[in-house]
Write a protein that binds this ligand. Structure first.
Ligand code: SAM
Ligand code: DTB
Ligand code: SF4
Length: 342
C-alpha cells in the first residue's frame, strides 16, 4: 500500500471540528461536496486504488451485549448457529484462502463483550501465524484492558477495530450494556499499546441527520484520526430490534462518506457492511466520494457480502486496482484477478 507521509500542514489533520462546520459540509450541494471530497482524496491517495480486507468470525453468537443491530446478541432470536472460538489452524487456513483471493488484510472478529485473559495465548498465536502469511492483521474482540491491548500489540497485531457506532446522544437507544466512554477508553488503550485504530460506525439505524454529524465529529476529533474508518450501512437482520428499520437514502449515505473523507483526509475510509444491498452505481459514487477500502469475500461476519467475482467486475468496470501491501509481495494484485475469474 502507499505509505502516507505525515505533512507539516496542520490544516490537513484538524481535531477541532464543530458540528456546525460538519453540518455545513453535509448540506453542500451534492456536486460541490463530492468535488471537494475527491480533491482531498487525490491529495493523499491514488484515487484508483482500493484496499481489500477479508473478515472471519472466529467466535460466533451468544454475545451477552444488547447492540440492537447485531445478529450475534444472545438476546435476539436470529436463528444464528453459535460457535466457540475457532481452532488456530482453521483460522490460518481461512486467512491463506483470503490471501490467495487477493486480500491484503485479515480481520478476525469475536462476539464478545471483551476477551478473557485465558484466550490470549490462542489469539496471539492466530495473530503471528496470520501475519507470517504476509497479511496485515486486524482483530475486533470487544473492550480491552491495558494488558490485553499490550499483549495483542506485542504479538504483532496491526489494527484493532472498535466502532463508536453512532453519536453519543443516540448511543443509548442502540446499546444499554456499555457506555460511550467505555468505547473511547478501549480506543485509547489500543493507541497506547501502539496498534493502529480501525473505528467507524453504522448508518441507517433510525438516527437523525444530527447523529450522523455527531458520529463524524467524534471520529474526527479523536486525538489521532483512526487509520481506518469503516462506514457500515445497517444490515437488517430478522429477529433484531432494527429488522424493520426504514431504508436509508443512499445519497445521504454517500454524503456521509464524502464528509468522512474531508474530515479525515489521511484515513482509509471503508465502504463496509451493506454493500450486498447497494447498486454498483451507489458503490461507484461512494468511491468517488473518497471511500478507498472494502470488505472482500462472500461473507462479512455472519451476513452475506458480494461474491468475489462481482467485486472483480466492479473494479474492472471502474478501473480500480486493489491496493498492494509490501508484505504480501507483488503477486497480491494478480491473485485478486485470478481468484475472481473462477
Ligand atoms: N463484539 C465486538 C464489538 O462489538 O466490538 C466485535 C464484533 S462486532 C460484530 C463489530 C462491529 O460490527 C460492530 O461494532 C458494528 O459496528 C458492526 N456490525 C454488527 N452488526 C452489524 C449490522 N447488522 N450491520 C452493520 N454493522 C454491523
Ligand atoms: C466493521 O465496522 N464492520 C465489520 C467489521 N467492522 C468487524 C462487521 C460488519 C458485520 C455485519 C454483520 C454481520 O455480518 O454479522
Ligand atoms: Fe456482541 Fe459485538 Fe454484536 Fe454487540 S456488536 S452484540 S458486542 S458481537
Amino acid at each position: 500500500m502507499t505509505a502516507i507521509a505525515p505533512s507539516a500542514d496542520d490544516q490537513v489533520t484538524r481535531h477541532n471540528w464543530s458540528r456546525e462546520e460538519i453540518a455545513g459540509l453535509m448540506n453542500l450541494p451534492f456536486n460541490d461536496l463530492i468535488f471537494k471530497a475527491q480533491q482531498v482524496h487525490r491529495e493523499h491517495f491514488d484515487a484508483n486504488e482500493v484496499q481489500v480486507s477479508t473478515l472471519l468470525s472466529i467466535k460466533t453468537g451468544a454475545c451477552p451485549e444488547d447492540c440492537a443491530y447485531c445478529p450475534q446478541s444472545t438476546r435476539f432470536e436470529t436463528g444464528l448457529t453459535t460457535e466457540e472460538l475457532m481452532e488456530i489452524q482453521a483460522v490460518v487456513d481461512s486467512a491463506r484462502k483470503a490471501k490467495e483471493a487477493g486480500s491484503s488484510r485479515f480481520c478476525m472478529g469475536a462476539a464478545w463483550r471483551s476477551p478473557k485473559d485465558r484466550d490470549l495465548p490462542v489469539l496471539t498465536e492466530m495473530v503471528s501465524q496470520v501475519k507470517a502469511l504476509g497479511l496485515e492483521t486486524c482483530m475486533t474482540l470487544g473492550m480491552l484492558t491495558d494488558h490485553q491491548a499490550q499483549t495483542l500489540a506485542d504479538a504483532g497485531l496491526d489494527y484493532y477495530n472498535h466502532n463508536l457506532d453512532t453519536s453519543p446522544e443516540f448511543y443509548g437507544d442502540i446499546i444499554t450494556t456499555r457506555v460511550y466512554q467505555d468505547r473511547l477508553d478501549t480506543l485509547e488503550r489500543v493507541r497506547e499499546a501502539g496498534m493502529k485504530v480501525c473505528c467507524g460506525g453504522i448508518l441507517g439505524m433510525g438516527e437523525k441527520p444530527e447523529d450522523r454529524v455527531g458520529l463524524l465529529q467524534q471520529l474526527a476529533n479523536l486525538p489521532t484520526h483512526p487509520e481506518s474508518v469503516p462506514i457500515n450501512m445497517l444490515v437488517r437482520v430478522p429477529g433484531t430490534p432494527l429488522a424493520e428499520e426504514e431504508d436509508m437514502d443512499p445519497i445521504e449515505f454517500v454524503r456521509c462518506i464524502a464528509v468522512a473523507r474531508i474530515l479525515m483526509p489521511r484515513s482509509m475510509v471503508r465502504l463496509s457492511a451493506g454493500r450486498e444491498g447497494m447498486t454498483k452505481e451507489i458503490q461507484a459514487l461512494a468511491f468517488l466520494a473518497g471511500a478507498n477500502s472494502i470488505f472482500y469475500g462472500e461473507k462479512l461476519l455472519t451476513t452475506p457480502n458480494p461474491a468475489e467475482n462481482r467485486d472483480q467486475q466492479l473494479f474492472n468496470q471502474l478501473g480500480i486496482e486493489p491496493m498492494e501491501i509490501e508484505a504480501a509481495g507483488p503477486e497480491q494484485r494478480s491473485a485478486f484477478y485470478n481468484a475472481a475469474t473462477h
